[in-house]
Design a protein around this ligand. Structure first.
Ligand code: AR6
Length: 183
């Protein structure tokens, strides 16, 4: 299976893909960043989407928090108008400006978990935000490199997923990501 990886600039809540990924925290409290934006765009009301997310977590995982690599799927609701069918919640590492192998492994697990779930759901295209590169303070360059490596690793097992997008919100982060990928 040939799988494509593309870096694009945009707002993930308006991105046309079968599934979008949320950079969540372990309790799916979508209080800020892209999580807040997705919750607001999907349900109109952030508290309502948090409730839906926690209920889905209980049903799908049987507990009230998720580890790196575990994911929860919620319906796209109002995001369906852009063709989005699922929101896949995953949790990246907290960095606070530092980076090491352990954080890289946690990010790899978070990305791989979402990709595997997308494959299971029969998703063809999936869009990710730069997980952990915002409030969690991981260096964007390292996040982008980890995305490239993990998508490459996953391409060997992918059955349904054909296209993976990394959606960068700002012009600056988009340019930085392109620099990383184009050497
Ligand atoms: N579309 C695409 N990317 C976006 C958007 C958007 N609409 N909005 C922000 N970003 P962050 P984290 C980018 O902080 O670092 C939340 O409170 C943003 O510029 O959302 O994993 C969660 O609930 C950055 O590059 O996620 C957790 O508590 C990237 O998305 C915590 O933040 C990720 O930034 C997770 O922190």
């Amino acid at each position: 299976m040939t799988m494509e990886f593309e870096v694009v600039k945009g707002d993930i809540t308006r991105f046309q893909a079968d599934a979008i990924v949320n950079a969540a925290n372990k309790y799916l409290e979508h209080g800020g960043g892209v999580a807040y934006a997705i919750a607001k765009a999907a349900a109109g009301n952030v508290a309502e989407y948090i409730r839906i997310s926690k209920e889905a977590m209980k049903k799908q995982l049987g507990k009230d928090h998720i580890e790196h690599g575990e994911v929860v799927v919620t319906p796209a609701m109002r995001l369906e108008r852009h063709g989005i069918r699922h929101v896949i919640h995953t949790v990246g590492p907290y960095c606070g400006g530092t980076w090491d192998e352990d954080r890289k492994d946690k990010l790899r697990k978070a990305i791989l978990g979402a990709l595997r779930k997308a494959d299971e759901l029969g998703v063809k295209s999936i869009a990710f935000p730069a997980i952990s590169a915002g409030i969690y303070g991981c260096p964007l360059e390292e996040v982008v490199k980890t995305f490239r490596e993990t998508v490459e690793e996953f391409s060997k097992e992918a059955k349904s997923v054909e296209k993976v997008y990394l959606v960068l919100y700002s012009e600056e982060s988009y340019r930085k990501a392109l620099e990383v990928l184009n050497g």
